[in-house]
Design a protein around this ligand. Structure first.
Ligand code: PGA
Length: 255
């Protein structure tokens, strides 16, 4: 089975509704032809999910995604959005464990593993993020660090459950910094991630899971990174806010 090749946009807390609409109109206006193996996910702020879903539904291979989900099923949690609500809106994807959530909102592996559970219970596909800080990279302990993030966040899942996931490797030192990991550094870590999954769940499952790279992906570097054997696309922040830049990134996906 061929792995899905995915370009996922992470708008973060950017763009007004009308700016977002303009961006999507321009992106969709490019008439990008995706093959059966390729997908584009647009991760928007919660209030835009309902607004933009119909337009994306009309576009083959394009999907809307949320950027976060509550760890608890429902109840008195002011300001939270539950997986049940996202499922009710027919949202398919949700980003979980982005380093900004881990860092600024104190999301621990224990919380993230609950978020993954809520997502899977509600037929949402998690895009589970992992990645090390500059300090850890400089100390040379990045492989162990990322392995632990995967073990702590995901290894409670059954083989069937984990095979549904998308993983995004996002070294913190490359996010929003303009500093991209080299394609060899990316490939090396993606291999580490695939191997740790294989060690627990077997090679077949590890080979099925799409692993995206995130961190200053741009039109100019996407092709080289995406061409690496264990890289199945990207999770893109800054460059996803520019329609023509993001459309070039989509075109750089393996076919
Ligand atoms: P960036 O962000 O592309 O702006 O580096 C990526 C991300 O945080 O998902």
């Amino acid at each position: 089975m061929k792995r899905k090749q995915i370009a996922a946009a992470n708008w973060k807390m950017n763009l007004t509704l009308s700016e977002g609409k303009k961006l999507l109109d321009t992106l969709i206006g490019q008439s990008l032809l995706l093959n059966d193996n390729q997908e584009v996910i647009i991760g928007v702020p919660f209030p835009y999910l309902i607004a933009f879903k119909p337009e994306l539904d009309n576009c083959s291979g394009f999907f809307i995604g949320a950027q976060n989900v509550a760890a608890t099923p429902n109840g008195a949690f002011t300001g939270e959005v539950s997986a049940t609500m996202l499922n009710d809106l027919k949202v398919k994807y949700v980003i979980i464990g982005h380093s900004e959530r881990r860092l600024y909102f104190s999301e621990t592996s224990a919380i993230l593993s609950e978020k993954v559970n809520r997502a899977l219970e509600n037929e949402l596909i998690p895009i589970f993020c992992c990645g090390e800080s500059l300090e850890i990279r400089e100390a040379g302990t990045q492989n162990q660090f990322v392995e632990n993030q995967i073990i702590d966040g995901l290894f409670h899942l059954s083989p069937m459950q984990i095979s549904k996931l998308i993983i995004a490797y996002e070294p913190i030192w490359a996010i929003g910094t303009g500093k991209t990991a080299t394609s060899d550094q990316v490939q090396a870590m993606h291999e580490v991630i695939r191997n740790i999954i294989a060690s627990q769940y077997g090679t077949d499952i590890a080979q099925e899971i799409s692993i995206l790279y995130g961190g200053s992906v741009k039109a100019s570097n996407a092709k080289e990174i995406f061409n690496k054997p264990d890289v199945d696309g990207g999770l893109v922040g800054g460059a996803s806010l520019i329609a023509l830049e993001f459309s070039e990134i989509i075109k750089a996906l393996k076919r």
